[in-house]
Design a protein around this ligand. Structure first.
Ligand code: C2E
Ligand code: CA
Ligand code: CA
Ligand code: CA
Length: 278
């Protein structure tokens, strides 16, 4: 049982679904998925390490395929990016995130909502305009949103990267560097970009207790974040030992199955209402 859900909430761990080569054959299905309402966002709580309070939600995409069942984003986002379907999907995500942020606010909570954005999307003026329109439609402010951009999608050769990030930040969005340590970018490159926070990848968190390399990596990342003035979020926290490790090293926030898996919006609101602080 996890700390908040006490095991009562169905997990969304899409480990099934078709293998990679078969994904390609699903391109036409993916193209129509958004239109036919097969896509939806689930929400994973972002928890403050100091007191266990839920301070935000991260929206994570799910595709409910009529024949193949639940398909996870790791399986279909790459195909979506290759085929430009990502633009349509990204539009859906913006709308769903705004809708969720409105529901959370209406329930009386002041929280951030994070979305994951592909490198392909975030530099485009159309993306910013679309986000802006969705926010205004739901009467929300950009400060409420966190845009997570994976280090894996960063390229030092893209000199428009910094400009695109600056533009989003100037509007008021919070920017989070996702999957830190998994990409190939240099520290100098990352340090020059206008991020507000970074996540500690779950592959490092998984090594706590038995991989000194992983533990050193986490220590180094937290130190770097501190020096750059970035907030830190440990991902994939599954055990009390992992939670204690990151908390002791003053990582500010944590996410993971120990705290709660990603859940439907209604279940997220229920978690927040009975959020038992540490
Ligand atoms: P991510 O942003 O690093 O998201 C965290 C992933 O770790 C999620 O997988 C989440 O379900 C999983 N997770 C959370 N806690 C734990 C834990 O304690 N243990 C383990 N083993 N896993 C945990 P998910 O939902 O399958 O998402 C995978 C990736 O797909 C995300 O990684 C993100 O990069 C991408 N993605 C998700 N939603 C979107 C989206 O709307 N747009 C785009 N472009 N990418 C998305
Ligand atoms: Ca993320
Ligand atoms: Ca991540
Ligand atoms: Ca995350």
């Amino acid at each position: 049982a996890n700390r908040y859900g006490r095991g009562r909430i169905a997990r969304y761990r899409p480990e099934i679904g078709p293998p990679a080569p078969a994904m390609r054959a699903l391109e036409p299905d993916l193209r129509s998925a958004a239109r036919f309402e097969q896509l939806h966002l689930v929400f994973q709580p972002k928890v403050r390490c100091a007191d266990g309070a839920i301070v935000g939600a991260e929206g994570l995409l799910r595709w409910r395929h009529p024949e193949h069942g639940l398909i996870g984003p790791d399986q279909f986002i790459p195909l979506a990016e290759e085929t430009l379907i990502i633009e349509q999907i990204g539009g859906f995500v913006l709308g769903a995130a705004c809708k969720a942020a409105r529901a959370i606010k209406n329930a009386g909570f002041d929280m951030t909502v994070a979305i994951n954005v592909s490198a392909r999307q975030f530099g485009q003026p159309a993306f910013i305009e679309r986000f802006w329109r969705a926010m205004k439609q739901y009467d929300l402010e950009p400060e409420r949103f966190e845009i997570e951009i994976s280090e894996l999608s960063m390229h030092p050769s893209r000199d428009d990267m910094a400009g695109a990030l600056e533009a989003l930040r100037a509007i008021g969005f919070r920017l989070i560097l996702d999957d830190f340590g998994r990409g190939q970018t240099s520290l100098a490159f990352l340090a020059g970009l206008p991020f507000d926070g970074m996540t500690i990848d779950r592959s490092f968190v998984a090594g706590i207790g038995h991989s000194s390399t992983a533990e050193r990596m986490i220590g180094g990342a937290l130190k770097l974040a501190d020096e750059l003035g970035l907030e830190t979020i440990a991902e994939g926290v599954e055990t009390e030992a992992q939670f204690a490790f990151v908390r002791e090293r003053r990582c500010a926030f944590a996410q993971g199955f120990l705290l709660s898996p990603p859940v439907e919006l209604d279940d997220f609101l229920a978690l927040v209402r009975r959020s038992p602080f540490l």
